[in-house]
Design a protein around this ligand. Structure first.
Ligand SMILES: O=C[C@H](O)[C@@H](O)CC(=O)C(=O)O
Ligand SMILES: [Zn+2]
Length: 279
C-alpha cells in the first residue's frame, strides 16, 4: 500500500522535483492483473487502478486492513470510470454491473464481495477508481456517458476548448462524498482548468490519460502565489491538496478524470485565482 501523508504548503514549497513527485505524483496507476492502490491522507481519498487480466480481481483483505474494516467498503464508497478498450464486469454481492468504456460505476457503502473481470479478453478493461469514507449506503449503479450532462467549456482561441462530463454528481445520483467526472480536450486545445482555482474545502485527484506517447502534461500545483509543476505522462495521477491549484497544459490534447472529496459536493464552489495573482 502506497501511503501519502498530507503536508503543509510550507513544506511542499521547499521540495525539489523528486520530493514533489514522491508526495504528489502517482506514477504507476495500473498494473495488468492487479489492483493498485494509493491512500492519501487528504480527505482519506484513495486512488485505485484495477486492470483485470485472465480471471477476477477483488477488493481484498489488504485493502480492508488499510481502512481498518472487516471489508473494504464497510465504511467507504467507490466510484470509477472504465478507460480500457472493452467492457468490465463487476459483481457486488451477487449483483452484476457491466461497465462499458467511458462509463462510470458507483458502489455504495456496504458492498462486501466485489470482483472485477474482463468480458472480452481481447479488449481488456481498465477501471480507474477513487474511494472515500462514507456514512451511509447509496444505491450502486452504472452511469452512462450521455447521463453525465456534457458541458462545453473554453475556446480554441485560448487553447482550452473542452467538454466536462460529470458522472458522479448530485445532479445524477446521490453519493456521500465523491464527485467525479471526465474532461476531454478538443483537438488543438491543451490547457485544462485555466483560469485556475482552489477549493480549500475539498481535495481533488487528477488522472491523465489518452496522452500520446512522447507527449506530456505540465501539471501546475501549489498555492497560487507559489506554483510548482509536475511533468505527468500517460495514465499517471496527481494528488491535489486542498490548498493547491490544479491545472495543466499538454504538448498535445488529452483527457483526464477528476474526483473530489471533502466538505461539500458543489462543483461550482471554486475560488478562482485572478490571472494577475499567479506566480
Ligand atoms: O473542481 C473542478 C475540477 O477542478 C475540474 O472539474 C476542472 C476541469 O475539469 C476543467 O476545468 O477542465
Ligand atoms: Zn477543482
Amino acid at each position: 500500500m502506497d501511503i501519502r501523508h498530507a503536508i503543509h504548503p510550507d513544506q511542499a514549497e521547499a521540495l525539489d522535483t523528486a520530493g514533489l513527485r514522491r508526495h504528489f505524483l502517482i506514477d504507476t496507476v495500473f498494473e495488468v492483473g492487479a489492483v493498485r492502490a494509493t491512500y492519501s491522507h487528504y480527505d482519506r481519498m484513495m486512488v485505485l487502478g484495477i486492470a483485470p487480466a485472465a480471471g477476477a480481481l477483488t477488493l481484498d483483505a489488504a485493502l480492508a486492513k488499510v481502512a481498518g474494516a472487516d471489508y473494504f467498503l464497510e465504511r467507504r464508497e467507490l466510484g470509477g470510470i472504465n478507460v480500457g478498450t472493452g467492457p468490465l464486469k463487476v459483481t457486488a454481492d451477487g449483483e452484476v454491473f457491466v461497465v462499458e468504456t467511458q462509463e462510470a460505476l458507483y458502489l455504495g457503502m456496504g458492498a462486501r464481495e466485489v470482483s472485477f473481470e474482463n468480458l472480452d479478453p481481447a479488449r481488456p478493461a481498465r477501471f480507474y477508481a477513487n474511494s472515500a469514507p462514507a456514512h451511509r449506503h447509496h444505491p450502486s449503479r452504472v452511469v452512462r456517458q450521455a447521463e453525465a450532462s456534457p458541458q462545453p467549456l473554453g475556446a480554441l482561441e485560448t487553447s482550452n476548448q473542452r467538454t466536462i462530463f460529470k458522472y458522479l454528481h448530485p445532479g445524477v445520483l446521490p453519493t456521500c462524498q465523491i464527485v467525479m467526472g471526465l474532461t476531454r480536450l478538443e483537438g488543438g486545445s491543451v490547457w485544462n482548468t485555466m483560469p485556475a482555482h482552489t477549493h480549500d474545502r475539498r481535495m481533488e485527484s487528477y488522472f491523465y490519460f489518452e496522452v500520446p506517447k512522447d507527449s506530456l502534461i505540465l501539471h501546475l500545483m501549489g498555492r497560487p502565489e507559489e506554483t510548482r509543476h509536475l511533468v505527468v505522462r500517460n495514465e499517471q495521477a496527481v494528488l491535489s491538496p486542498p490548498w493547491s491549484i490544479h491545472s495543466g497544459a499538454g504538448t498535445g490534447s488529452y483527457a483526464f478524470i477528476w474526483a473530489m472529496a471533502g466538505d461539500n459536493q458543489s462543483f461550482a464552489d471554486m475560488d478562482f485565482v485572478p490571472m494577475g495573482d499567479l506566480k
